[in-house]
Design a protein around this ligand. Structure first.
Ligand code: ADP
Ligand code: MG
Length: 290
């Protein structure tokens, strides 16, 4: 496929803040004057809602299922700052395979010459990453993107999902798959959580490329059906997203991570189970060995 623009995949477990983060990055890049496409590759199909006042888009898969010829204008809409929004969609509940659906949707967009027509500077793929099965790995596996980031909090299940993505990258990078840009730490509430994420990145040969604290500004912007960049452009959080967007736009620091094995990950998590965090000094004391 023609590499028009930088193609970036953003993975993470369901509900961790992928769409919120991706949409704010898209909005920040659009605000900086770039042409941006955001493709939601989550069967939930709500990736781009805050770029378009909380409205749903007809999905690529729904349109394909109608059996008529699909035009780009049927499945795309312009959102904040001119971001072109697309949702791959999902299978009919109880039937079909979400991963295979992503593949079909991405192929169709290529056949419709989306990138040649729109000439984007950046294309962001918002991909569900609880399980990186063959289908969900399509954006990093088949040369569609050359870089992936993963949104994670310090919760074990979020880190577990990040580690799964590392495994998939590790498998496919040698044959032309995407590399890892790093972790976007989202929803952190305390220094202890940041210390957990930092320890995980250092164990796996990666790094955190941004820290987005949990904030009411994010929740309230979402209630307005907007990104933080649009609803609260002068807030500290808007600047956090702008800085993150700038980093992701410019960075070429990509690695093949070293995922932890199943029991290694469990043992690592256990080490953190009884560590003591001093909220005043920010010092994490070593495990008490309980
Ligand atoms: P995903 O796309 O990974 O399923 P979403 O982006 O839809 O997750 O986020 C899930 C919920 O968490 C949303 O209601 C969103 O507003 C909220 N959220 C995400 N990041 C933050 C944050 N940093 N602070 C507060 N709320 C957040
Ligand atoms: Mg989402």
């Amino acid at each position: 496929m023609g590499k028009i623009g930088k193609h970036i995949a953003i993975y993470g477990k369901g509900g961790i803040g992928k769409s919120t983060t991706t949409s704010n990055i898209s909005a920040a890049l659009a605000e900086a004057g770039y042409r941006v496409i955001q493709i939601g590759c989550d069967p939930k199909s709500d990736s781009t809602n805050t770029l378009r006042g909380n409205s749903y888009l007809p999905t690529v898969l729904d349109s394909m299922r109608e059996g008529k010829k699909v035009h780009l204008s049927d499945v795309s809409a312009t959102g904040f700052g001119g971001v072109l929004c697309i949702e791959s969609g999902g299978p009919v509940p109880g039937v079909g395979c979400a991963g295979r659906g992503i593949n079909a949707a991405v192929n169709l967009l290529q056949d419709l010459n989306l990138f040649e027509e729109y000439k984007p500077d950046y294309v962001l793929y918002d991909v569900l990453g609880d399980v990186v099965c063959g289908g969900f790995a399509v954006p990093i596996r088949d040369g569609i993107t050359d870089r992936a980031y993963v949104v994670s909090s310090s919760d074990f299940m979020a880190i577990y999902a990040a580690n799964n993505l590392f495994k998939a990258i590790n498998k496919y990078a040698p044959s032309g798959g995407a590399k890892l840009g790093g972790i976007i730490a989202n929803g952190l509430t305390a220094g202890y959580s940041q210390a957990i994420v930092d320890d995980f990145t250092s164990r796996t040969g990666t790094k955190a490329v941004g820290y987005v604290p949990r904030s009411l500004v994010v929740s309230q912007s979402e209630l307005f059906g907007k990104t933080v960049i649009e609803a609260n452009p002068t807030s500290g959080h808007a600047d956090i997203y702008r800085e993150l967007a700038k980093y992701i736009a410019e960075s070429e620091d990509l690695v093949v991570p070293n995922p932890l094995g199943v029991s290694e990950l469990r043992d690592w998590a256990r080490e953190w189970g009884d560590r003591i965090y001093d909220t005043e000094t920010g010092v994490v004391q070593e495990s008490l060995g309980i």
